[in-house]
Write a protein that binds this ligand. Structure first.
Ligand code: ZN
Length: 318
């Protein structure tokens, strides 16, 4: 994935989906099987308590407002992450917190809101916000938290996973922080910006938002990855199915993990963060730990199946 993106391109990928997400998502989510309302902001107290009693996982989708080519809306990252979390909660249980728009970095293109500098692996704004959200979710009785970022510059990914590891330890509940594409590496999606992967996901999740006819000829401004003209709703559906099934399995299992399992999970995730933070070298330091991403190919399956030792072993080869 790193090979395909310049650092600048990666950074700028933040987008969110709240504005579009709510209305479009409502109609579409109804087609997905369960019509259960899982969006926290649309639940009354009793419904939240019933949902939490059945499965005490809360999802936190992340994105930003960012240029995603002339063929995509600027909220891609957030609306995409939110829609995936909604489907996962409907399938596996739990509730979905409103998407957070704003993150680390973003493309140097119009209509992009950058809240932390692109390569800021420590983050002045996003990190404390995530920490406080986790504290509040735990205080409200949730026993597991899944933070899914649809925006994925390297620093954004590191900040999200690092905050999750630290809050898992501090709160003694599992907190997972990952970009959605890490759950579909074995489907050939290694992350991109407004290219085949993101555009295919949007063609499946929010088809009315994608207009490939606006693309013109390459090179496409502010697009990084496989040619978006190769995108299809069918590919988007395949990626969605894989990501959602793993998120649903995690939502079911995470609240039931004992402390020993929690320890193994945290240790594996912490080893990944340490590798991503320690790897810097060469011309594009913040992306150093992504150069050998194929060794993490089965990360999504390992995570959903609780094979944390396999994750740790793969991280050593990253
Ligand atoms: Zn994006």
């Amino acid at each position: 994935m790193t090979r395909r993106f310049g650092r600048r391109q990666l950074l700028g990928a933040a987008a969110t989906g709240a504005l579009l997400g709510s209305q479009s998502g409502t109609a579409r989510d109804a087609e997905v099987g369960s019509r259960r309302e899982v969006r926290l902001e649309f639940l009354r107290p009793r419904e939240i308590e019933e949902a939490r009693a059945a499965c005490s996982t809360v999802f936190q989708p992340l994105g930003t407002v960012e240029w995603h080519g002339v063929h995509n809306v600027v909220g891609v990252d957030a609306v995409k992450a939110h829609a995936l979390c909604v489907r996962a909660a409907q399938r596996g249980g739990g509730v979905v917190s409103p998407p957070l728009y704003g993150g680390v970095g973003g493309m140097n293109e119009p209509h992009t809101f950058i809240m932390d500098p692109e390569d800021d692996v420590f983050s002045r704004l996003l990190r404390p916000w995530l920490e406080q959200l986790c504290r509040e979710m735990a205080r409200d009785g949730f026993k597991a938290i899944i933070i899914l970022t649809g925006h994925y510059g390297a620093a954004q990914q590191i900040v999200v996973r690092e905050a999750a590891v630290r809050m898992s330890r501090a709160l003694a509940i599992p907190v997972l922080g990952t970009p959605e594409y890490w759950l579909a590496l074995d489907e050939g999606y290694t992350g991109d910006h407004a290219a085949w992967g993101e555009t295919s996901l949007m063609m499946h999740l929010f088809p009315e938002t994608v207009d490939l006819t606006r693309l013109g000829d390459p090179p496409y401004k502010g697009v990084a990855g496989r040619d978006p003209k190769e995108s299809s709703a069918l590919d988007g559906r395949r990626l969605t199915d894989t990501i959602v099934s793993r998120l649903a399995a995690l939502a079911q299992k995470m609240p039931t993990w004992d402390y020993e399992t929690l320890d193994r999970f945290v240790e594996a995730e912490a080893s990944l963060v340490a590798k991503q933070l320690a790897a810097p070298r060469g011309k594009n330091p913040v992306w150093a730990a992504w150069r050998n991403l194929n060794v993490m190919r089965d990360y999504g399956r390992w995570l959903a199946d609780g094979e944390f030792d396999a994750i740790k072993a793969a991280v050593a080869r990253l």
